[in-house]
Design a protein around this ligand. Structure first.
Ligand code: AMP
Ligand code: MG
Length: 407
């Protein structure tokens, strides 16, 4: 522990390695059960389910054909049988299929009594009321037995899952016209820096437009939060404190910039004025080492480093997990695939590095982008992923498999 020059408070200055810092975020924020609201099914996509969903009946509720064809008795096959009727999806066949008989059946129709297999329409030759096939179907062929997909009362969706189209299909199937979901967390975004001007402005040579607030807002929205962009805080303590106080009204506060060791980096001091506790203030990653994570007034905050690639990466690998936990997501996980390098890669080691890259060929191949450091937004804009280089590896060969974080 040492005294922080800016804040006067004692801090752990030991930089955490990547895994330890991420675990710290997961453990500190922990599983949350946010307030619940009920939304129509049509508005449920992208939301987080707030209750387990049970199957209202068995699926399928009766034995059902999964092909167009002929409902037969397997023992009669191969051979010629008499077509004695037809059953379509949406109706039941009243009679029974007896020895030497079959009926025409359509996909989704209930299997008639007496039949125990389906011969696909392509394999039956029809001559008047006679159907001949060379097939020898096993009993049960092309039939989904009642309850084989799920039994009545089974849990078909678990609380804490993000609702994408497969889960929406499930909800509609069991008749969930409305859905209980967690409230989306509100996230305040506070960029700092005297050199930062609005997007609409024409910056002077020594100024830059505020890209972080808008990139973060997009990231927050993509992760299921409701973003509010606060005015940019100038590099002075009083103004920063006032805006931090505003930001701490939200469920999560994301700051960018002002967390390095410069004379005009006031973020930590402003947070300390608001009674912050700091869980870590440095992480062994590049870009993004001077990353601050803490809590003030019972709200979590991240002081993300200001360079745009640092801001983007630290949001994705740390802040996003906190936001997901605050959204009620049961187990936040990084979206990582393994891909093969299309060229060799040499990068100074010692830190976990997140390198902008292009992932293509069905996510099988990855090509690093020759970027110019953490201010290089054009390189970020060309990337669609980040190669994760391990601290103990400086050299990767063409063809080596590497972990790649999806954007
Ligand atoms: P800082 O962490 O405050 O020292 O900021 C590092 C660098 O990041 C600055 O020199 C800016 O060029 C850049 N930067 C900081 N905030 C923003 C922002 N909101 N949008 C774009 N660039 C930023
Ligand atoms: Mg700054």
């Amino acid at each position: 522990m040492v005294e922080n020059r800016a804040t006067g408070i004692l801090e752990a200055v030991e930089a955490l390695d990547f895994a330890a810092a991420r675990q710290c975020v997961l453990d500190t924020v922990g599983a949350q059960t946010p307030a619940v609201e009920t939304v129509p099914l049509a508005e449920a996509a992208g939301r987080v389910l707030a209750c387990d969903v049970l199957s209202d009946r068995s699926y399928p509720p009766v034995d059902r054909s999964i092909r167009d064809g002929f409902a037969v008795r397997a023992a009669d096959m191969p051979g010629t049988v008499k077509i004695v009727g037809e059953v379509r999806a949406g109706e039941m066949f009243g009679g029974t299929v007896r020895e030497g008989q079959c009926i025409r059946i359509m996909t989704g129709a209930p299997l008639p009594d007496g039949a125990d297999a389906v011969v696909m329409v392509e394999y039956g030759t029809v001559d008047g009321t006679a159907m001949t096939t060379a097939k020898t179907p096993k009993p049960g062929e092309f039939i989904n037995r009642a309850g084989c997909e799920t039994a009545q009362g089974d849990v078909v969706l678990r609380r804490g899952v993000r609702l994408k189209f497969p889960q929406i299909a499930m909800l509609a199937t069991v008749g969930a016209a409305t859905v209980e979901v967690y409230r989306r967390p509100r996230v305040a975004i506070l960029a700092t820096g005297d050199e930062i001007v609005p997007v609409e402005a024409t910056p002077r040579t020594f100024e830059v437009r505020n890209s972080n607030s808008w990139a973060l807002a997009a990231q927050v929205t993509a992760a299921g939060g409701i973003a509010t962009v606060l005015p940019v805080a100038p590099d002075n303590l009083e103004a920063t404190v006032r805006l931090v106080e505003d930001g701490l009204q939200a469920d999560l506060l994301l700051l960018s910039g002002g967390v390095s060791a410069g004379e005009y980096d006031f973020v930590e001091a402003a947070l300390a004025r608001c009674g912050a506790e700091f869980f870590f203030t440095r992480v062994k990653i590049r870009p993004g080492a001077p990353l601050v994570f803490g809590r003030a007034r019972e709200r979590f905050f991240f002081g993300l480093p200001g360079n745009p690639l640092s801001t983007a990466v630290t949001f994705e690998v740390f802040a996003r997990a906190a936001l997901e936990l605050l959204s009620g997501i049961a187990e936040p996980a990084l979206q990582i695939v393994e891909a093969h390098l299309t060229q060799e890669l040499r990068e100074k080691g010692g830190l976990t590095r997140f390198l902008p890259a292009i992932l293509d060929n069905g996510m099988a191949e990855v090509t690093p982008i020759h970027w110019k450091g953490s201010s290089d937004v054009p390189s970020l804009a060309r990337s669609n992923a980040f190669i994760i280089a391990a601290p103990d590896r400086e050299h990767y060969q063409e063809g080596d498999a590497v972990p790649v974080l999806l954007q």
